[in-house]
Design a binder for this molecule. Structure first.
Ligand SMILES: Nc1ncnc2c1ncn2[C@@H]1O[C@H](COP(=O)(O)OP(=O)(O)OP(=O)(O)O)[C@@H](O)[C@H]1O
Ligand SMILES: [Mg+2]
Length: 245
């Protein structure tokens, strides 16, 4: 569903992303871990067509984002760290507005049903978004993804700043979306949540994907150790062989 082939982005003399090869299939959650500046947001922005690659290509549903940026957006839902909403509009009105932009019309009762499915209660859905917490804003983002039936979700640090209960709710929504056959790519700094929901965990460093781990074969502690070993350029083989034993 999502594929990067030798995807590269340089800004002036900084290589933000260096020949990334990555696939995210339907029914998979790929979590990208990496230090600040590792290239995670750049990767997401290239899939969204917000940035033009310097070399290589990003594909969404088999379409090259370079040539079909408008069409590929139909298949994508994007949840940034801060979901931007119109403060004077209610949750229902915000959802309606963003869906109309995507060419989708829904009745008020359908909009409310989607918001409830995304975890927002009906009373909150009728309140102005100016009163929303961060987690409530993200539920609107999830509701947009659900209503668009986006085949792929791109999430950029959606968990940061969420309380444990809100993070848990978001992770449950993502697992449900995965089970429904969506492809999910999520940048995060949270190793434990990455282990909990990730099918695979990519570790990025200085624009390169330096590791690609099967989340089911490792526990969170091992993933953290492998991550730290990459960050400190030490040997990760011992941790891996320990995990396999
Ligand atoms: N618009 C830009 N102009 C110049 N350099 C940029 C731009 N966007 C990103 N970069 C650089 O590209 C590199 C990768 O940045 P990116 O935002 O992708 O990192 P990240 O992995 O998302 O980091 P973080 O964990 O802090 O969000 C960094 O060195 C950053 O300074
Ligand atoms: Mg980032």
């Amino acid at each position: 569903m999502l594929e990067a082939k030798q995807l590269t982005k340089t800004f002036d003399n900084v290589t933000a992303l260096d020949r990334l090869d990555l696939r995210v299939e339907a029914g998979e959650i790929i979590c990208l871990l990496g230090a600040n500046g590792a290239g995670k947001t750049t990767t997401i922005n290239l899939f969204l067509g917000f940035l033009e690659p310097t070399a290589g290509n990003a594909f969404v549903n088999g379409l090259n984002v370079r040539n079909a940026a408008l069409e590929t957006k139909k298949y994508l839902a994007y949840i940034p760290e801060q979901v931007a909403l119109y403060p004077q509009l209610s949750g229902i009105e915000n959802l309606n507005y963003f869906l109309r932009l995507a060419g989708i019309r829904k009745s008020r009762s359908d909009l409310i049903a989607v918001l409830i499915e995304a975890g927002l209660d009906e009373t909150s859905a009728t309140r102005r978004a100016s009163s929303y917490s961060k987690g409530m804003r993200q539920k609107i983002g999830i509701a947009i993804a659900l209503a668009k039936n986006a085949k792929a979700l791109l999430l950029d640090e959606p968990l940061s700043g969420l309380d444990p209960s809100a993070a848990n709710t978001l992770c449950k929504s993502l697992l449900q979306l995965r089970d429904d056959g969506h492809a999910i790519l999520m940048a995060t700094h949270d190793v434990f949540r990455a282990k909990e929901i990730g099918t695979r965990i990519g570790i990025m460093k200085a624009g390169k994907l330096v590791d690609d781990l099967d989340a089911s074969l490792l526990d969170a502690r091992e993933i953290e150790q492998i991550y730290l070993a990459h960050m400190h350029d030490s040997n990760v083989t011992d941790i891996r062989s320990g995990a396999a034993a």
